[in-house]
Design a binder for this molecule. Sequence first.
Ligand SMILES: [Fe+2]
Ligand SMILES: [Fe+2]
Length: 138
Amino acid sequence: MINWKKQYNTGVKKIDNQHMKLLQLLNIMNGSDIIRYNEEKINVVIQDLIDYTNYHFTTEEDIMIKYDYPGYEKHRKEHVTFVKSIGDHINRSRNIGIVLISSLSTYIGEWIIDHLLGTDQEFAEYLRSVDAVETHES
Ligand SMILES: [Fe+2]
Ligand SMILES: [Fe+2]
């Protein structure tokens, strides 16, 4: 279970809300063990997280383009690599069960926290430096 911490805030309301939702979906995935969930349901939970992750990355990348963010390519590459590695992770495991859920959610959780404390904060700092309208929303 990952709880929201103050240092996760980027100061960009839209992005913070999406990060909170991402962690929520991750916590749901974490709690979906094979005893209570059948394989089909687990697949839905995983797919929900992947879909929302893609939606979130698109949101960030659209804002980067809007403000000519110089770190766009590097940041986007991190997103692309992450989505691909989730796919690889799932493909490596033939049966969706406890092992996959716990190792997958650990991997995703660590990546998200690391990314939002580093790469996303750098991006937010840039948005503040150009006085982007997104940093004024509350
Ligand atoms: Fe993000
Ligand atoms: Fe990001």
